[in-house]
Write a protein that binds this ligand. Structure first.
Ligand SMILES: *Cc1c(COP(=O)(O)O)cnc(C)c1O
Length: 488
């Protein structure tokens, strides 16, 4: 299996690269993204074969069919990271919330957000490749929430990789901040930045673009990689849980093999939805993928109106912060798949130069063959959280955006899987507010909600409040480079 670029090839860089090259150096030559030339088929025979399989068995078989250049033993060791999830037999359990709707819970890993699903095995593989090649990598992340903890967790004490994670001081929840600043390993550095998330992200971008920082890295023999969802090494693991969720629906009798279902995906950078799209293209019986957003509803416009327009839009800070995104990277991979490289280049360059692009009617219709979209504001989400707690199911604010999509976007009354991307414990003050008991801090909210709604707080969240804080550095934007060099 080879990987090519969404914006075509410039004739200078290699026309195609292997999986390991695509994940070690994810930046392609025209600023595009790497995509696979082909996806293995997911047909009835494949699904039937795995009806009784363990998650890891399914994953290994799918990754083997993909033909990636990673040894079987390495893939197996990477997949064994799922053994640390709540139930090693089933890392992604399904819960029924309506007779025709189940929630597939992607958050049963170490940091209680769905980022673990991909980052856990990905981190193992990236470190292993670096060791095999005798190379050293630096991963830098700017985070407002879930990516930071999951990136630190996966690379903790892994050889040949260092991680530096920048977060806006005061811009994360207590739980998210503690997940980062208590993460103790010599290859990890966490730096608080005075400013908001935009300041943090811009500081990181400026640092990564600066020539003298690049020289400093070269002098230390350190290469840069990335662990965000532009890296296909994350996407590949996000195809698998869609197959698993389908099989779970068959196992629990909601559907018979071959019957179509809807998926509802709470989306930001569109990695989760892209995994579902690839699964659908490969043959998984999916009617449509329903995209849910919060007030930053630019994906709704893209899918419903065929227009993507950043002009006049300001990022709104919502109660589902992991979806507070305006530039959604992975739609580029969808457009490449549908419209080809030349058109994708035109559209993405228009977005960069003019802040917008508009699809033709035929192009919009092509997107709508696979997707529909809607969005919910914070108060709608709070209402859904409260309504489902009464029915006996606790969901986080990101998951709550899915309910409207499930209720309004289905053309056919087919069974539906909603993806839950975070455990409520990561956003407990919002949940407490939704249940009519606003409190200040996370610890009060966790205690009140768990008592009120009879839900437990897992040990890795409770334990955070007793763990020693090891990363205390908070700097002005100007001070980041010096901190970084000290760390390296
Ligand atoms: C990252 C994240 C999302 C968005 O996922 P994408 O793959 O970027 O669309 C949604 N919910 C939570 C809780 C997340 O952490």
């Amino acid at each position: 299996m080879q990987f090519i670029e969404t914006r075509g090839n410039d004739g200078v860089k290699p026309a195609a690269v292997t999986f390991s090259e695509a994940i070690l150096s994810p930046s392609a030559s025209f600023g595009g993204l790497y995509v696979p030339t082909d996806i293995p088929t997911i047909d009835n025979a494949f699904l039937t074969k795995h009806l009784e399989s363990h998650y890891k068995t399914l994953a290994l078989d799918f990754l083997t069919a993909f033909g990636i250049d990673i040894e079987k033993e390495v893939i197996e060791a990477a997949l064994s990271r799922y053994d640390a999830f709540d139930d090693p037999q089933n890392p992604v359990p399904l819960s029924e919330i309506e007779t025709d709707c189940c929630v597939s819970e992607l958050y049963h890993g170490p940091t209680r957000a769905f980022k673990d699903m991909a980052l856990q095995p990905f981190g193992y593989i990236l470190s292993k490749l670096a060791q095999q090649r005798g190379e050293n990598y630096l991963i830098m992340a700017a985070t407002s929430g879930d990516t930071g903890p999951a990136t630190l967790e996966t690379f903790k004490n892994q050889p040949n990789v260092k991680v530096a994670c920048l977060y806006p001081e005061g811009g994360t929840s207590d739980v998210q901040r503690l997940q980062m600043v208590t993460e103790d390993a010599s290859n990890l550095k966490v730096i608080g930045v005075k400013g908001n998330f935009d300041d943090t992200q811009n500081t990181l971008k400026a640092l990564l673009a600066s020539d003298d920082f690049k020289e400093e890295l070269a002098a230390r023999n350190i290469k840069l990689s990335a662990a965000n969802s532009v890296n296909f090494g994350r996407i590949i693991f996000q195809i698998i849980y869609h197959i698993h969720s389908y099989l779970e629906m068959v196992r629990c009798g909601k559907i018979t093999m071959g019957e179509k279902i809807y998926l509802v995906v709470p989306s930001g950078n569109f990695g989760n939805a892209l995994g579902g799209y690839y699964a659908k293209q490969a043959g998984l019986p999916i009617e449509k993928i329903l995209i849910s957003s919060n007030e930053n509803n630019i994906l709704t416009d893209w899918i419903e109106k065929g227009e993507y327009d950043l002009n006049g839009r300001e990022l709104v800070l919502t109660e589902s912060p992991a979806m507070d995104i305006l530039k959604s990277s992975n739609i580029e991979r969808i457009m490449y798949d549908k419209f080809g490289a030349a058109r994708t280049k035109v559209l993405m360059e228009a977005l960069a130069d003019e802040g917008r692009f508009v699809l033709t009617d035929e192009e919009r219709a092509a997107i709508q063959e696979d997707f529909a979209a809607s969005w919910s504001d914070d108060s709608e989400c709070e209402n859904e959280i409260a309504r489902y707690v009464k029915k006996g199911y606790m969901m986080d604010p990101h998951t709550a955006t899915c309910i409207k999509a499930y209720e309004t976007l289905r053309d056919n009354p087919l069974p539906t899987v909603i993806y839950s991307t975070a455990e409520w414990t990561k956003f407990s003050p919002t949940v407490a507010k939704a249940l009519g008991h606003p409190v200040k801090g996370d610890i009060e909210a966790l205690t009140w909600v768990s008592g009120h709604a009879h839900v437990s707080v897992p040990p890795m969240i409770r334990g955070l409040f007793e763990k020693p804080i090891v990363h205390t550095v908070v700097v002005e934007k100007e001070g980041i480079k010096e901190e970084m060099l000290r760390f390296l």
